[in-house]
Design a protein around this ligand. Sequence first.
Ligand code: BGC
Length: 507
Amino acid sequence: MTSSKELIAQDSWHQRSELDDMADLSPELEKEMERLDKEFWISGEKLKKIVTRFRDELEEGLQENGTNIPMNVTWVHRLPTGKEKGTILTLDLGGTNLRVCKVTLHGDSTDLKDPSQKYTLDQEQYKLPGSIKTATAEELWTYIAEKLSDFIDQKLGGEYNDTNKLPLGFTFSYPATQERIDHAILQTWTKGFDIEGVEGQDAAAQLREKIEERKLPLELICVINDTVGAMVASAYNDHDTIIGGIFGTGCNAAYMSSVPSIKKLDPNDARLKDSDGHKSGQMAINCEYGAFDNAHRVLPLTKYDAQIDEKSPRPGEQAFEKFSAGLYLGEIFRLVLVELTDKGLIFKNAQSDKLRKSYTLDTGFLSQMEDDESRGFADTRRLFKDVLGLEVTDEEIELSRRLAELIAVRGARLCACGVAAICLKEGIEKGHVAADGSVANKHPKFKKRWAKALGEILDWEEKGLQEDPIIITSAEDGSGVGCAIIAAMELEWRAKPTKACASRVSI
Ligand code: BGC
């Protein structure tokens, strides 16, 4: 039976939307919009059901290996104190760019001109060739080693050599099994990557081999996930950080778990024991919750989601990510426009070949539309012209704006579910979620929508809270600074004369 609350929540789009009507839709299009609204709107009650299942899957991932959400252990044992220092080279293999960065951490140095500036960066960004996503392992690592080599030649002079190597941290933001911090067996490619010869292999070893082959003066210290980097970089400055979340091309989050609650860890692993031989301490968990609900038990699947999944390089994987992450929002929008065009309801006078091309529209397209405050939506008109070669009518603009809102609202509300599930599971009631990624930082309304949904799930209004206790903040540079801090913490630990157990270092 549907509760009265559910009925209120299911009120029509007209009551929920923040948009002012700019044009009327034809009765046929209005009907289509009503249908789409029903398909894309996720009520507060439904969000709660999703979160219940989410918590179960997170918990299962801590219990044993091979579960749907892998809950990867990262061997990052603590958040930084803010005093960490050092010079580290970091490498970030993102979805569209490769970034190499020389990071100097100043920690709590008092001799800085600006004491709030805790680090300095010297970086270079290289646009990944379009073909790299479907290249081979050999091509990938050769390309990366070439860029590392260029950076060293151009920026480091002759400072580092075989006997004085620069520590390297690698942000590799894909699900990986880590037996130690400088090891990462790729479980599966995500975000549309499909490079042959890396899945099931240690990405760290493959990179190290290329570094050695080229005789680069680098020592790989750690491989990290972008979520862990965001959490650590933010905690360097902000001690209220509880979670690192990426809401960008992909979606995922990391948090600090107590070691005893990670049941799947080997009870005999000496690295996890205190001096009395008990499991103790903390461990950053990279949830990899983009895989949530791969079995499609709770997420309300639309035919557009199903089409995206079918055509992806890994059907059946990353179900949650395909509903909510930046890589897919523009594509969902495009698929609906194609359907309405085929029904003869829009773009009646001009066809666009570009509209027929998968992934022509990215989330930036939706962000720009939602951000458009220009007179008569001149910016949106220009966008359609520039990207799709289409002159759009007022009705088409009205429809597109509504549709962009429906899709982005669904994405933001779903993104709140992952964080809510972690907070409920861990009993976290307040703190900062350090968020990074193009959706979090570039979509004008994401954070507000995300916060509203989180409040609905966690009943903040019912509890009479005056202020949101869990706040989304903009993460510091996780893949650069966060990665460097983790490398610095690892080096600090390795240098300690008395270690609880020697086996924690790389083998
Ligand atoms: C990857 C994660 C990553 C996330 C955000 C997902 O596709 O599997 O490792 O954290 O994207 O970049």
